[in-house]
Design a protein around this ligand. Structure first.
Ligand code: NDP
Length: 292
């Protein structure tokens, strides 16, 4: 008898997940706040529950993939979680993951928080590289690993239920900076006789080459040595920023996506650290921790 599970949420991501489990022969009970949205999964063989509480009662393994953390609290408000294995595939913050873990545990469930590193079309296609970070109950993860591995790869990020969100958001935040740079680069060529398709391969290979900075930064942060063997020091880069800003001005492009990072570099140089590389900027961003 194939493992069965409950899926809360038949949005774009929930539907993709449900499809993958159904295709793998798993019995799926689905609930969605707006019932019509569960119709696609129903037509592919899922049982539809009328309420979230009823869906939770149907299976030990309960997967939630809702809009945000608040919707998880709302949906599960009157469900009996005793003896349930709740896996929260809803994107949230580390503090939300930790609070949701305490909330679920107090209600008698084991809990795993998760962060999905994929978009819906990548789900259920192992070759896409899609994977999900999980953190929280290791016994839950081990027990349901085969089922969790059906829609996407699995990466266990530790017992701290905040870690899945921490890794997820770290990766997404880095992507945000990357996309900001791509946006600016295309804006620069906007008024010129340069086809975007001509810049694209150059940009892609340049960004790929620059990813070595990720490992260099990690090594420097671990060693605490920000100066030995620096090839492009901050003082030189900060001077070069002037050229980047002038070019933006010449091309009629707003430098608003570049300025925050450049300001940080200028502050570090002004503080006497012009001989370092970028690893020294990490500490400048650390503020006193906000209360959870
Ligand atoms: P959708 O907007 O397509 O679906 C949102 C789901 O949440 C729907 O099932 C919706 O129900 C439900 N919902 C919203 N508010 C409530 C509430 N108060 N109570 C109960 N249910 C509620 O989003 P996705 O499916 O794309 O995303 C789901 C999660 O997956 C999000 O946390 C998202 O960050 C994450 N994710 C999505 C990715 C993507 O590319 N789509 C990528 C990685 C993660 P209803 O139909 O009734 O509105």
């Amino acid at each position: 008898r194939p493992a069965s599970l409950t899926l809360l949420g038949a949005g774009a991501m929930g539907t993709a997940l449900g499809r993958a489990w159904l295709a793998a022969g798993r019995a799926v009970t689905v609930w969605n706040r707006t019932p019509a949205r569960a119709a696609a999964l129903a037509s592919e063989g899922a049982a539809v529950a009328a309420t979230a509480a009823e869906a939770v009662a149907a299976n030990r393994l309960v997967i939630a993939c809702l809009l945000d953390d608040d919707s998880v609290g709302e949906a599960l408000g009157d469900a009996d979680l005793t003896g349930r294995d709740l896996v929260n595939l809803t994107t949230g913050t580390p503090a939300q993951g930790r609070a949701r873990a305490a909330w679920a545990t107090a209600r008698g469930a084991r809990f795993l928080d998760a962060g999905i590193m994929a978009v819906p079309p990548m789900i259920g296609t192992p070759e896409s590289g899609a994977y999900v970070f999980y953190s929280g109950s290791r016994p839950l993860f081990e027990e349901h690993r085969d089922t969790l591995a059906v829609p996407a790869g699995t990466r266990y990020a530790g017992e701290d239920p905040g870690f899945a969100a921490l890794y997820d958001v770290a990766l997404l935040s880095a992507m945000s900076g990357l996309f900001a740079g791509i946006t600016h680069a295309f804006a620069l060529i906007g008024g010129e006789d340069v086809a975007p398709e001509d810049l694209a391969p150059l940009l892609a290979s340049w960004l790929t080459a620059m990813t070595t900075a990720v490992h260099e930064t990690a090594e420097r942060l671990s060693s605490g040595d920000y100066t030995t063997g620096v090839v492009s020091n901050l003082a030189m880069q900060a001077a070069g920023n002037g050229t980047l800003l002038r070019t933006a001005g010449e091309q009629g492009v707003s430098a608003e996506l570049l300025l925050p990072y450049m300001d940080l570099m200028a502050r570090r140089v002004a503080a006497g650290h012009g001989d370092e590389d970028g690893a020294g900027l990490v500490g400048l961003l650390r503020l006193p921790r906000a209360a959870a």
